[in-house]
Design a protein around this ligand. Sequence first.
Ligand code: CA
Length: 763
Amino acid sequence: MKQTILTVIAIIACFGIASATSPVDYVNPLVGSQSSHALSAGNTYPAVAVPWGMNFWTPVTGEMGNGWTYTYQSNTLRGFKQTHQPSPWINDYGQFSIMATSGEPVFDQNKRASWFSHMAEEAKPYYYKVYLASHNIHAEMTVTSRAAMMRFTMGNEGRNNIVIDAMDGGSMISVDKTNRRITGYTTKNSGGVPRNFKNYFVIELDHDIENVCGVENGYNDTLKLDKTECTGNHAGVVLVLNADRGESVNLRMASSFISPEQAVLNLKELKDGTFDEVKERSKAEWNEVLGRVEVEDDNLDHLRTFYSCLYRSVLFPRSLYEIDAQGNVMHYSPYNGKVLPGYMFTDTGFWDTFRSLFPLLNLIYPSMNEKMQQGLANAYRESGFLPEWASPGHRDCMVGNNSASVVADAIIQGVTTQDQETLWEAVTHGANSVHPRVSSTGRIGWEYYNSLGYVPCDVGINESAARTLEYAYDDWCIYQMGKAMGKPESEISIYKDRAQNYRNLFDTETKLMRGKKKDGSFAENFNPFKWGGDFTEGNSWHYTWSVFHDPDGLINLMGGNSQFAAMLDSVMTMAPLYDDSYYGFTIHEIREMQISGFGQYAHGNQPIQHMLYLYNYCGQPWKTQYWVREVMNRLYKATPDGYCGDEDNGQTSAWYVFSALGFYPVCPGSGQYVMGAPYYNKVKIRLENGKKLQINAKDVSDTDRFVQQYQVNGKVHNLNTIDIATLKKGATIDATMGNTPASYQKGESPIAPKKKRTYLFGK
Ligand code: CA
C-alpha cells in the first residue's frame, strides 16, 4: 500500500498534476508579440526576467539590431539576446546574444539561424524553452535580475557549438579555454548613453571547449581558428564543443554596466544553484509579486489576461543599479558616465506611464516606486533634469513634462520618503527650462507657455496643443505637490493659475481643443480628425479630454453635462475617419483605431485611455461601466495578438489591471480613483503595509455589468470617486451588480473638492 501511494505521488510529481496553478502559470509572455511596423498587437517580446530586473532575455527572430526582436509570425531563431529594450521604436542598448548550433562552426546570423515551432516552445516569465530544429538542440534559459543560465541539450553526437555575438559598434570577447570562462563587453546602443558606456559580461561553461573560432568584424568576417582574443567593431566567437548525444551544456552568465569585476560579482545571484534551482527561485519571485493580487473567476481566459497584464505592469522601469562587494547600492549613470551610489531605474516613457502604471505601483508596489523616486532624484543630480523618456539616459521622444505627475503622485500618496526637496527643485526647474540637447526633456516652449498661457502653433514647435494641455496638468501636479510639502502659497500659486491654461485652447465653436497662433487666433484649416500637427499621435477628439485635473472646468466650457456627455458619445459613435497628412502615411496607431471597431476611440494609444471614466463627471457613470467592459472584452486577450496597439511599458496593461479592480486613476496626484465596475467576482490585494483590499462583485457578468450600489466597509458609497487613502487603510468594496443602470451620485472633481453636486442616473 505504502509503495502504491509513493508510486502515485511519483507519477503525479512527474506529470505535475499535484502542483496547484499559481499566478505566474496564467501569464503568457508571448502576448503582444504578433506585431509589425504597420500594425502593433502590443509590440512586445517575451521578456524572460524577474520583476523590474536589470536584464531581460528574449529569443530573437529578427536580424540583430532590429527592434522587432521577436515576432510571433517568424519561423527561425537567430539567438537568445540579453536585452534592455523598452520598445521597438526606441530599440535596445547593451545587448549581446548567444546561440547553440551543431555541425561546422558558423557565426553569420543567417547561417546559424534555426527553424522553430511554437509547438515546441514554452514561454514563461522566468523560463523559456525551444527546440532548435535545424541543429537538433533543445535550448532553455532562466534568469535572475543581473545573471542568467542557459541549458543546451545536444541532440547530435560530436561537434556542437556555442555562438557568442557581442554585436557591432565596438565590442570585445576573450576566451579562457582552461577555465571555461568567457569575458567581454558590448557597447551596442541606440543613443542615450555616455561615451564610456559598456555592458560587461562573463559566461562560464560546465563543458570543455575543444576549439575557439573568432571574428572581430561581424558576419562577413572569416572565422579564425584559435582566436581567443577578439576586439573590434563586432566581436564574436564560436566555441566548438565535443558533446555527447543527449548531453546538456550549462552556461552561467552575468553582466554589469559598472565593471568586469562587478559582472563576476553579479554571478553570485545564481547562488551556485543548478538550472532548475534558479528556475524555481525565479518562479517563486514572480509568484510573490503577481500573487499580491488574488483574482477569483471561473473563466480561465480572464485569469490569463489579467495576470499577463500584471506581468507587463511589473517589468518597467527596469533596475539599472547593482550591489557592490560591500553590499552598497551603486549605479552606472546613463547621464554622466560615472559610477555613483544609489538607485537608478530606466526604460520608461512618462508620457505613457504617468497615467496608470505609476499609480498602480503606488497602490500595490509602493516600496519599488520609493526606490524609483530616489533614482529620479539621482537622474536630476546627474543631468540637471528629470527624464521624460529614459532609455537608458534622456531620449528625445514624445511630449509633456509628465515627470511632474510621476513625482507628485508619489509624494502626495506618501510613497516618497527621501529626496523630497531635490525632487521639488527638479520639477520646478523642469517646468521653467528645456534640456539643451534633448528637446522633449523639461519643457520646450516654456517661455511662450509662461507668458502667453499656451505654446503657439506657429513658432516652430510641433504638437503645440498637446504640449500645452499636458503642461497645464503638470502645473496642477506641481501645485498639489507643493501643497503637500507645505510650500507657501506665494511660491506655488503660479502653478495653480497655470493649471487653467488648458482653457486657452478651447474653441467654443467646435467645443474642441485647437492649436493657437502667437497672435491669439486659432490655427486655420482645423480638421478635428487630423492626427499629429498640433497634437501628438492623436487628433483633437482624442486630446480634448486631456484635462485630467479639471473635468468640471471642461464640462462648463462645453456647455454643461449633457453637452459633455454628447461629446463623449460622439467619440464612440463617429466613424474612424482620419487625416494622416502630418505623417505622410497611416501610422500604426491610426490603423489600430480604424480597425478596432470603437469609432474614434483609439484605445491603442495613450492620450484617450482615461476618457471612458469621464462619464462619471457628467452624471452618466453607467456608460463608463458599459464601455470599459467592452474594451476589456474586445481589446485585450492572452494571445500573441492580444493588445490593440503598443503596450508601452506597462501603461496599457495597468489600464486593464485597474479597470478589472473597478476603479481608475483619471488624475494622478488627486489622491482619488474614479469608479468603474469590478470585472471579477472577487479580488484580494495584499498591500505592503499588511492591510487587505478586497473587492467583491457577486454575480458580475457581461449582462450584469452595471453597479447598483457600492458599499465601502459596509457603508453605502454614493460618490463616483474613492479616496486612495481609504483603500490603503485596508478596505472591502462590495458592489451589487445588475443588468440596467441604477441611481448613483456624482463624485467630486479633484480640483474643486468643496463643490459637490449630485446627479441621478437616468436612462
Ligand atoms: Ca503608444
